[in-house]
Design a protein around this ligand. Structure first.
Ligand SMILES: [Zn+2]
Length: 92
């Protein structure tokens, strides 16, 4: 894990790194971190918009697992990536 990171995604290896659960500020923060890392495996980098799950500092926004949801922008970013026809895969 990079120093200070809450999670890390390694798309080329299909791996996600997470801290021990008790190191997160509640289940919601751990859940949101995991969702963002899964998002990175699917392609998107960080969003600049605060409430997107893919925002780089988003992990403290929600305090309850049931309140975590993708924003419309998160969905649009994934939709855009997977509508591209000219791309380079993470691995061949
Ligand atoms: Zn991230």
């Amino acid at each position: 894990m990079p120093q200070g990171a809450l999670g890390v995604a390694m798309p080329g290896r299909n791996l996600i790194g997470m801290l021990p659960l008790n190191r997160y500020n509640g289940l919601g923060a751990a859940g949101e971190t995991l969702i963002q890392e899964l998002g990175h495996l699917l392609g998107p980098i960080h969003s600049d918009v605060r409430y997107d799950v893919m925002n780089g500092t988003a992990h403290g926004h929600w305090h309850d697992l049931t309140e975590i949801e993708l924003t419309e922008r998160d969905r649009q970013m994934l939709g855009w990536i997977y509508s591209q026809t000219d791309y380079y895969p993470f691995k061949k």
